[in-house]
Ligand binder design. Structure first.
Ligand SMILES: Cc1cc2nc3c(=O)[nH]c(=O)nc-3n(C[C@H](O)[C@H](O)[C@H](O)COP(=O)(O)OP(=O)(O)OC[C@H]3O[C@@H](n4cnc5c(N)ncnc54)[C@H](O)[C@@H]3O)c2cc1C
Length: 375
């Protein structure tokens, strides 16, 4: 195909997963094209809440999450930027005895796997850690070196470092078709540009299903719009990132004093236009929850609301695996609203997978065949 541009590996989607994988593969000497339908930093990877949480993760994700957390302080060496990393800890409050019993069970389960980052704390210690919280409290659970970072800054750092390492980016390059034959893959962009490669990695986030469907792979990803709010700057009143068990609340004060509020409140999503619209009633509910537990927030001014589109899997775990139908095709998507923290480690793991080496951590829990309908 004379007019096609050729690489060893084509990655579809320049979110953090695509950029992190591109960086690792370029460093390994591969010729990588990174194809993005928009520009860098448009979607979930750049507009998320920035929470870096091992606390209360699905048990299957803990080994990757723990390894990723060791990488966050090292990012100045890896991508030349600290990505706004703040190791201020994450706290989850037990508002009643039932929640505290669940936390006790949880810590035992995590420790049985050989991990000790989650600690039970008393209600007195919660009072010290989060003095502005006025709700009921029977204690809590804490991961002291978790924290938060700046998503857009992190994505740009990974993208730019991947490009410096040799990745060739193609923005405004929407992939509309991919075929596979004896010569490898032919990837077709909406504007007619053609690309060929031996390997394709699907890092299309909430749009991952449309790439998988081209090859009859089952990827039950549901695109969901999640809303966020940020306040004007306030005098420092909280350090760790805080959640309350059973309540839709995630709450953090950034280094500049603004307070970022999330908690998985949904926005409206027009899947065809790929546009989100804030739901005023959901945002109001979110603000009411915040004011109920943090009365100091009654004085806060909300300066901006936004929503990001995330690919959520039916079981809440991503897929990180080879295709079930096509050699050389890999799917890395469906991070279900908690992929930001994992992203530095995903580059290393997927790069090994693609290069035919044994990944340093098992990816068995993220296989595609967990969705296979038995014959
Ligand atoms: C509001 C919100 C809050 C969140 N908060 C947190 C948090 O606090 N902590 C945490 O760990 N995680 C959080 N997350 C989740 C995290 O942001 C995601 O899991 C992660 O960014 C997913 O990265 P990705 O690269 O897979 O997807 P994306 O960032 O969505 O990147 C996928 C890219 O693929 C491109 N693409 C899609 N289809 C095509 C195509 N056909 N051709 C070319 N390009 C294509 C898209 O344009 C997009 O840029 C949150 C998510 C949201 C939405």
């Amino acid at each position: 195909m004379n007019n096609a541009k050729s690489a060893d590996i084509i990655i579809v989607g320049a979110g953090l997963m695509g950029a992190s994988i591109a960086l690792s593969l370029s460093k390994a000497g591969k010729k990588v094209f990174l194809l993005e339908k928009e520009v860098c930093a448009c979607h979930a990877s750049a507009v998320n809440a920035g929470g870096l949480r091992r606390l209360n993760r699905a048990l299957e994700e803990i080994p990757i999450s723990v390894a990723a957390m060791e990488m966050w302080p090292q990012l100045p060496k890896i991508v030349g930027n600290d990505c706004g990393f703040q190791p201020v800890g994450q706290v989850r409050i037990a508002p009643d005895e039932k929640s505290m019993t669940l936390f006790e069970k949880r810590v035992t389960e995590v420790e049985a796997l050989g991990f000790f980052h989650e600690e039970l704390v008393s209600s007195a210690e919660i009072k010290q850690l989060v003095p502005a919280y006025t709700g009921s409290c029977k204690g809590g659970i804490v991961a002291r070196s978790d924290g938060h970072a700046l998503p857009a800054q992190a994505l740009r750092a990974f993208f730019n470092t991947a490009c410096s390492a040799g990745t060739e980016p193609f923005t405004r390059c929407k992939v509309v078709d991919i075929s596979h034959g004896k010569e490898g893959f032919t990837v077709v962009a909406e504007d007619g540009r053609l690309f060929t490669s031996e390997v394709v990695i699907n890092c299309a986030g909430a749009w991952g299903k449309s790439i998988a469907t081209l090859f009859n792979d089952q990827l039950p990803i549901e695109p969901v719009a999640l809303s966020m709010m940020v306040t004007a700057r306030m005098k420092r009143f909280i350090h760790p990132v805080v959640g309350v068990h059973g309540r839709k609340l995630s709450f953090k004060q950034m280094a500049n004093g603004t307070v970022v509020i999330g908690g998985a409140h949904k926005a409206f999503l027009d899947k065809t236009k790929e546009k989100t619209t804030i739901s005023i009633s959901e945002v109001r509910k979110s603000a009411e929850t915040v004011m109920k537990y943090f009365p100091i927030m009654a004085k806060a001014s909300i300066v901006r609301c936004w929503a990001g589109i995330e690919g959520v899997m039916s079981d809440g775990l991503p897929v990180i695996d080879q295709s079930q139908t096509t050699p050389g095709l890999f799917h890395v998507c469906g991070f279900s609203a908690h992929g930001f923290q994992l992203s530095p480690m995903i580059g290393r793991l997927v790069s090994s997978l693609v290069l035919g080496k044994k990944p340093e951590l098992s990816l068995a829990a993220f296989s595609m065949n967990r969705f296979k309908i038995p014959d």
